[in-house]
Design a protein around this ligand. Structure first.
Ligand SMILES: [Zn+2]
Length: 267
């Protein structure tokens, strides 16, 4: 399995809260080949960075099966808000990409799944789908890590604003530091050390050890993962994903965090 199944990126999007009472399901989302440089992308570097692919029937089935159990008949407001925000299509690419200065695109080999606020897309690269019959499992809940990854991205599509709200930052203990935030009571050097170790494991393709360290470091500090301690947006997405998907989450997270997410996100 490629590390794209583990690492995700996020990009700005805006949101509003005015959902109706319609019950949405995962089937309300569309599956489309990725976009091409001929269909509106403004720089040919896009075509060198990635390649759009059609969804094969088996990929579609795998993805549907993977996610249907998570969403079917559940979380109507969460799904309705994602659709209202314009994130209604899963696009398929060979590789993930990011846009740099002057609209130059470059390949990101370590990302398998990402949301992009520019065109309101949920994007999937080969890495997330090509793990065969033995996918990586979360070391604590034993749930397929791809399920966490998809859920995590959907939380970004649900709201970036809430992750930047004073209410959320105060709840968790994020305090301003320089141009960003740090978690009150966590030594920055300790974070740097954990991130360095994780990067090393990723480079060595030791993904099971990477997942274990990610979870152990986070849980030691009362978080679900080390990744959730990097920036508020990733904290928000990882907390929501683990609170919803890990049945053991009340063993290591504060009850008031769990209650806040169930009230404000997971409904
Ligand atoms: Zn993320």
């Amino acid at each position: 399995m490629k590390p794209g199944n583990i690492l995700t990126i996020l990009i700005f999007l805006s949101t509003s809260h005015s959902w109706g009472s319609t019950q949405f399901t995962f089937k309300d989302f569309k599956f489309s080949p990725g976009k091409t440089c001929e269909t509106g992308w403004i720089d040919s570097s896009f075509c060198e960075a990635t390649m759009p692919k059609p969804w094969t029937e088996s990929e579609y089935q795998a993805m549907s099966t993977l996610i249907a159990t998570v969403y079917e008949g559940k979380l109507p407001h969460f799904l309705a808000q994602i659709l209202e925000n314009g994130f209604d299509t899963f696009y398929r690419y060979s590789f993930s990409f990011q846009r740099r200065d002057q609209n130059k695109y470059e390949r990101l080999d370590f990302v398998g799944l990402w949301v992009w606020g520019v065109d309101k897309s949920i994007n999937i690269a080969d890495g997330i789908l090509n793990s065969g019959d033995s996918p990586l499992l979360d070391p604590y809940s034993k749930i397929d890590i791809r399920v966490f990854s998809v859920f995590h991205e959907m939380v970004h599509a649900f709201s970036m604003k809430l992750a930047e709200s004073k209410e959320f930052l105060d709840l968790i203990g994020w305090v301003p530091e320089g141009t960003g935030h740090i978690i009150r009571g966590i030594a920055p050097e300790e974070m740097v050390l954990a991130m360095t170790q994780m990067k090393k494991l990723s480079n060595e393709k030791k993904y099971e050890e990477l997942l274990k360290l990610n979870r152990e470091f986070g849980i030691k500090h009362g978080f679900p993962s080390a990744y959730s301690m990097t920036i508020p947006q990733e904290c928000f997405a990882d907390l929501a994903a683990y609170i919803y998907l890990d049945p053991k989450v009340d063993e290591y997270l504060k009850p008031e965090w769990i209650a806040w997410f169930r009230k404000n996100v997971l409904n």
